[in-house]
Design a protein. Structure first.
Length: 116
């Protein structure tokens, strides 16, 4: 998405969540040190798990729709090697080859003519 495009409803909601987390973090200095640390650690763990799951499921969906590893990488801000590794670890559906640049619709079928 180019920077000039208007944000989607999903992006607006993500910004709202980010703003709410920022407000919560602003309250932490007023808490007791153990509450501050526990809240920050719990928030980090929850966010890391949720975001990792969302990213990988988005990568799987994009791959199922025929996106290449580099295109997924550019959209997710990961390297194509990280995308390949994450998809391989997810063990995608048969026919979706995380290490192949061939879209799933033609994976497993030889090219009609060899390339020069």
């Amino acid at each position: 998405m180019a920077d000039t495009e208007p944000p989607t409803a999903c992006q607006d909601q993500a910004r709202h969540v980010q703003d709410e987390i920022t407000k919560l973090i602003g309250l932490l200095p007023d808490a007791e040190p153990h509450q501050h640390l526990r809240t920050a650690a719990d928030l980090r763990t929850a966010c890391d798990q949720l975001l990792a799951s969302a990213l990988v499921s988005g990568m799987v969906r994009a791959r199922e729709e025929g996106w290449g590893l580099r295109r997924i990488a550019a959209s997710s801000r990961y390297s194509h090697e990280q995308v390949r590794t994450l998809l391989a670890a997810r063990n995608p559906e048969p026919g979706i080859h995380a290490t192949s640049h061939t879209p799933p619709s033609v994976a497993g079928f030889p090219a009609s003519e060899p390339r020069p």
